[in-house]
Design a protein around this ligand. Structure first.
Ligand code: ATP
Ligand code: MG
Length: 649
């Protein structure tokens, strides 16, 4: 039996102690779709409201009137829910455990301390003239001040826009201008893998770009003490401004539909979109999913290894865990520094119960062999999670066996920046697992598969993944561009939310994301997702990573062009090329026989680690001019190397 067909049943003792066993899941799910108003009204009681909502759901997906509101007459504050309400019962419990890039550096911040620090920064922002509804751009390292800054904005009703600290000055400037931020919060430098990244220099450079003269204050955290330039009229030190403030600051009363933040998508498919998330629905959805999907229990240490610059960091480092009073671990560095055993060592050091990471991180570790985990035991782990891309069954098994000691359920969570929180996922006490499948919808989520004409497909089948009804965590619009919001998500098919992803549903009703619809191959009339072929290749011991795209082919319409990154110590050869061709042919069938295999020392990825197939498609088609928006590419030199060695000239 291949890994793809294996089933990992829920362990009985796990189910017995979990928030939801299968019966609970099924009955809550049924209720959530039969009576969304009743279900969400009840769930909303888990938040602290200044004014409890009486209107629960008011949503329209009609393309002529896309309008999404949840809890629209309720009033609350996200920071209050993440901090103040925990002070009485868990004021001295760690809220954030910070692990530095250097294994010798760490820090624990209790709920009481975090509350005080957030209040001080809130007061500092007020002193700068930031008021309710203003936007503040954050360009920060993975340090506690990043969470503090998000929560301080939330506390005073300012809208944060976090820009990932790996972005260039141009990308930063574009986002500052789009959000019209008067204040930017940054640090002198960030530290990753022993290297310093000049954040403040990047901000200085960004501030020379058109339109950024709206920024009148840059608040700088001193992280490294590295040398930076100083502009007296604009730059201020975080510690100087924050230290002298009062540690009390009343939380602003926000309407549930007031904006909480703007966040730009990863840019895998084109120009990034600035999604607007609002306060009540988003926070409730982040908190509820965090509790059920990771089966979070009081006192556990939970670690999401994403960057706060992505939605995963927003919902599952900051808002979800803190709303639930959890202890959330924040890691400044990379899993390969100072050695490839670091991930496991952090788990042991802080006795982490839950680890949420990405397929790209797992594949990177896998390429170095399993003995990299010899330096740790990882006995504290209870639940593992994955997000960002389809997880290849081979990587799933490695995650399960090597990192989780074959003991821990894996939740493969499908969702998007636009969805605010996890949408399709196992619940670890409820769902039997199949490697590579995101399994079943979360409460309130109504997925459907459509054919290209918009017909709903029933039963075991493949199609375009859409969502039939709204859920509270959904983005409300694209900042300043509602028309683009409607165009992108509500115009492909009338009356439903279009995800852009392709998906298969099996005979058990489990969902398998097959890749982005734009990436689907059409070979001699057969439509194929990228995930299946890539997973087949990754299952070969020589292959570390693979990316599949179609290219114009005279006879088949599209041919199959594969970029393969080999594992450590594997040399490319003609023999290996033939072997891999046969491997895929045998594994999936003659229709999937690769036409071209190009050896790729690296693949073009977004800064969040996702493969950008649209660029690979251009290279395969020999269209190396005009590669589209490449501003979110992590390492542009990878592209030059692939162009130089392309096989199809
Ligand atoms: P852009 O929208 O700018 O192209 P992006 O789609 O990469 O960027 P995100 O919102 O970070 O930005 O990613 C969401 C996408 O990631 C999903 O639409 C899906 O394609 C993929 N994805 C996320 N989690 C999973 C998962 N568990 N399984 C399969 N695919 C996933
Ligand atoms: Mg997307």
């Amino acid at each position: 039996m291949t890994e793809q067909q294996k089933v990992y049943p829920v362990a009985e003792d796990f189910a017995a102690n979990a928030w939801a066993d299968n019966e609970t899941y099924l009955s809550l799910y049924q209720r959530s779709v039969d009576d969304p108003e009743g279900f969400w009204a009840e769930q909303a009681e888990s938040l602290d409201w200044f004014k409890a909502p009486t209107k629960i759901k008011n949503t329209s997906f009609a393309s002529s009137n896309v309008d999404i509101r949840w809890f629209e007459d309720g009033e609350l504050n996200a920071a209050y829910n993440c901090l103040d309400r925990h002070l009485e019962t868990r004021g001295d419990q760690p809220a954030i455990i910070w692990e530095g890039d250097d294994p010798g550096q760490d820090k624990t911040i209790t709920y009481r301390e975090l509350h005080a620090e957030v209040c001080r920064l809130s007061n500092a922002l007020k002193e700068m003239g930031v008021t309710k509804g203003d936007t503040v751009t954050l360009y920060m390292p993975m340090i506690p001040e990043a969470s503090v800054a998000m929560l301080a904005c939330a506390r005073i009703g300012a809208v944060h826009s976090v820009v990932f600290g790996g972005f260039s000055p141009d990308a930063l400037a574009q986002r500052v201008v789009d959000a019209q931020s008067r204040v930017v919060i940054t640090a002198d430098e960030s530290v990753r893998g022993g290297k310093h990244v000049p954040l403040k220099d990047n901000v200085d450079a960004a501030m020379t770009r058109d339109g950024t003269d709206i920024v009148d204050k840059v608040l700088v955290v001193r992280r490294t003490g590295g040398e930076i330039e100083w502009h007296d009229d604009r730059d201020v030190w975080y510690h100087e401004w924050v230290e002298r403030q009062s540690s009390e600051c009343e939380a602003e009363k926000m309407n549930a539909e007031d904006a909480l933040f703007i966040l730009y998508t990863s840019g895998s498919t084109g120009r990034p979109k600035g999604l607007k998330h609002t306060t009540g629905g988003y926070l409730l959805y982040a908190a509820l999913t965090h509790r059920y999907v990771f089966d979070y229990h009081e006192g556990e240490v939970y670690w999401c290894s994403a960057d706060v610059g992505w939605v995963t960091g927003h919902s599952y480092i900051v808002y979800g865990p803190l709303a639930n009073g959890a202890t959330t671990l924040m890691f400044e560095g990379v899993p390969s520094y100072p050695s490839h055993g670091r991930l496991g060592e952090i788990i042991d050091k802080h006795q982490v119960s839950i680890l949420y990471t990405s397929p790209t991180a797992i594949r990177a570790l896998m390429a170095h062999g399993e003995n990299i985990m010899d330096s740790s035991q990882r006995d504290s782990l209870r639940v593992l999670g994955s997000v960002g891309e389809p997880i290849n069954p081979e990587a799933w098994s490695w995650f399960h066996r090597v990192i989780g000691n074959s003991r821990c359920p894996i939740v493969d969570t499908w969702w998007q920046t636009e969805t605010g929180g996890i949408m399709i996922t196992p619940l670890p006490g409820a769902t039997d697992l199949k490697p590579g499948s995101a399994t079943r919808p979360f409460f309130g989520v109504r997925p459907a598969l459509l054919d290209n004409d918009g017909n709903v497909l029933e039963g075991a089948t493949s199609g375009n993944l859409v969502l039939l009804d709204s859920w509270p965590g959904q983005a409300r619009t694209i900042w300043n561009d509602h028309e683009r919001f409607v165009q992108t998500y509500f115009s492909a098919y009338e009356g439903v939310y279009f995800t852009g992803d392709g998906c298969r549903r099996d005979e058990d009703g489990y969902y398998w994301i097959t890749g982005r619809i734009d990436d689907v191959l059409n070979v001699s009339g057969h439509r194929m997702g990228t995930a299946e072929i890539e997973s087949s290749l990754v299952a070969h011991s020589a292959v570390a990573e693979a990316a599949v795209v179609g290219y114009p082919h005279d006879i088949k319409g599209q041919g199959i062009y594969i970029y393969v990154t080999l594992g450590d110590d594997v040399e490319p050869s003609e023999e290996l090329r033939k072997e891999l061709t046969q491997w895929v042919r045998k594994d999936i069938g003659p229709i999937a026989t690769p036409d071209v295999i190009q050896w790729a020392p690296g693949l073009p990825k977004t800064r969040s680690g996702k493969i950008m197939r649209r660029i690979l498609r251009k290279i395969a088609a020999n269209e190396c001019e005009g590669l589209g928006d490449t501003s979110t590419l992590a390492d542009p030199s990878v592209v030059d190397e692939l162009i130089e060695h392309r096989a199809n000239r």
